[in-house]
Design a protein around this ligand. Structure first.
Ligand code: HEC
Length: 179
């Protein structure tokens, strides 16, 4: 009980810090990470599909909670995932596309079409969705973008700063799982 309370308080605190992060000066690493997050020479930038600290588009899942709880190596594994948890193959009125549901309201369902670049929001009637099944075609772009360990460290440094105001340098060794 005491423990649960402490965890709850801890989470509450990280949420307060998350808002504080917006006003805190970013570290050099977080600044480099933000640049990479928003513009990338290595394929589609993270910010095309993720929003954090007031930048980017909320197409994919919110990264704040994961960035606040998970160590750098775990974040790298999530970034380089090959199996997806949310993306599904959606069979709609005019073919199949990889999609992630944004919301469902009454008879309408909003789905981001990840087959488009940038992803396009489609609104379908429930009956127009013929099926939704396990994704086999769509791959998370950064899994094969060839980011260096230093670039990943910088991106994660930015995520941690954005999520909880973290100012600790994320090292290449941590990213590579050597530390
Ligand atoms: C084309 C859109 C797109 C781009 C670009 C993209 N992501 Fe994602 N990302 C997604 C989607 C969609 C998911 C959910 C995948 C699934 O179904 O599990 C996701 C999942 C994640 C997750 C796991 C989140 C969770 O809660 O499971 C992390 C971490 C992540 N992305 C970070 C990044 C970072 C960092 C970059 C840039 C280096 C990036 N993503 C680029 C769309 C994208």
């Amino acid at each position: 009980m005491q423990r649960a309370l402490r965890i709850a308080l801890g989470l509450g605190m990280s949420l307060t810090m998350a808002t504080a992060a917006d006003n805190r000066p970013a570290t050099k690493q977080a600044e480099r990470g933000r640049e990479l997050f928003l513009k990338s020479a290595k394929g589609t930038a993270c910010g095309t599909c993720h929003a954090i600290a007031g930048v980017g588009n909320a197409v994919g899942p919110d990264l704040g909670r994961m960035a606040s709880l998970v160590a750098p190596r775990g974040l790298v594994m999530a970034i380089q995932m090959t199996v997806t948890a949310y993306v599904q193959e959606v069979k709609g009125p005019d073919g199949t596309f990889p999609g992630i549901q944004k919301q469902k309201q009454g008879d309408e369902i909003e789905i981001w079409d990840l087959g488009q670049a940038p992803p396009a929001l489609r609104t379908l009637k429930s009956r127009q969705v013929i099926s939704m099944s396990a994704n086999r075609s769509w791959k998370h772009p950064p899994a094969s973008a060839g980011y260096t360990s230093q670039e990943l460290a910088d991106i994660i440094g930015f995520l941690k700063w954005a999520a909880v105001g973290g100012r600790k340098e994320v090292s290449v060794a941590e990213v590579e799982g050597l530390q």
